[in-house]
Ligand binder design. Structure first.
Ligand SMILES: C[S@@+](CC[C@H](N)C(=O)[O-])C[C@H]1O[C@@H](n2cnc3c(N)ncnc32)[C@H](O)[C@@H]1O
Length: 235
């Protein structure tokens, strides 16, 4: 966990650049399109592994209120500079909030880092109001992402300094795994879908090609998509 926080502390000042350029923006928009419909607008949101608040800024722009929690103090500091919401440093697996105090919980591109994902989901369930919902998006396990840890280990050895480029022992999920976790915690209306074939880190030519294929892959060959999105409701 220390390694994750140290890494994100060290890239906090350049993190947003990754998603500011056009490829990054398209990629991030696509993830948000899959998160946003599953949470109430205009409510009180807790974003776990919030980073610099990229998602919180969008939620607030739509009329909501947001609190962000992240293990990296550097990311939290950057976030507070860019967004007038509450940011806190902490572990998403232990939440310092009262029971039934939020309308929505989100987590974008952070769930794979969690050592105890069940604790995060249990805590999310506890702090959600009845009728509240959770919506997450993380890296899914597929034929391509199986290679990611290898690439990250090589990147680390070569001392390549890039957002996310280090081996953290992160876990990539399959649909049935996430469904089982959400069910175990007690969420209902569970939806798990594979999304996003054009990954932000692909080289531009490959990115354009995969972006064209993305709708087809998501519909007909979802097992090739990079991310996995899951949502559920606390009844
Ligand atoms: C790829 S960034 C995503 C940031 C943000 N959600 C976004 O969409 O831009 C992953 C974030 O997860 C955070 N993170 C990793 N493990 C965490 C944990 N156990 N608790 C809270 N945050 C964590 C990292 O510090 C980092 O800011």
């Amino acid at each position: 966990m220390k390694k994750v926080s140290e890494h994100y502390d060290s890239v906090a000042t350049v993190y947003d650049n990754h998603y500011d350029q056009s490829q990054g923006q398209i990629y991030y928009n696509h993830i948000c399109e899959n998160i946003m419909p599953n949470i109430p607008k205009g409510g009180k949101l807790l974003d776990l592994g919030c980073g610099t608040g990229l998602f919180m800024r969008r939620y607030i722009a739509l009329g909501g209120e947001a609190v962000g929690l992240d293990i990296s103090r550097g990311m939290v500091i950057k976030g507070s500079e860019k967004c007038s919401a509450d940011f806190m440093t902490g572990n998403a697996e232990v939440l310092p909030f009262r029971d039934e105090s939020f309308d929505a919980v989100t987590s974008l591109l952070a769930f794979s880092y969690l050592q105890n994902p069940e604790d995060m989901l249990e805590e999310s369930f506890r702090i959600l109001k009845p009728g509240g919902s959770i919506s997450i998006c993380t890296l899914g396990k597929n034929v391509f992402t199986t290679m990611v840890p290898v690439a990250y280990r090589i990147g680390e050895k070569l001392k390549i300094k890039r957002v996310g480029m280090a081996y953290f022992g992160e876990h990539y999920y399959r649909e049935e795994e996430l469904t089982a976790l959400f069910e175990k915690i007690g969420f209902s209306d569970i939806k798990v879908e594979r999304k996003s074939f054009a990954h932000v880190d692909l080289k531009p030519t490959l990115y354009s090609f995969t972006k064209k294929l993305e709708p087809f892959v998501e519909e007909k060959m979802p097992y090739l998509a990079f991310n996995i999105c899951a949502s559920g409701v606390k009844q």
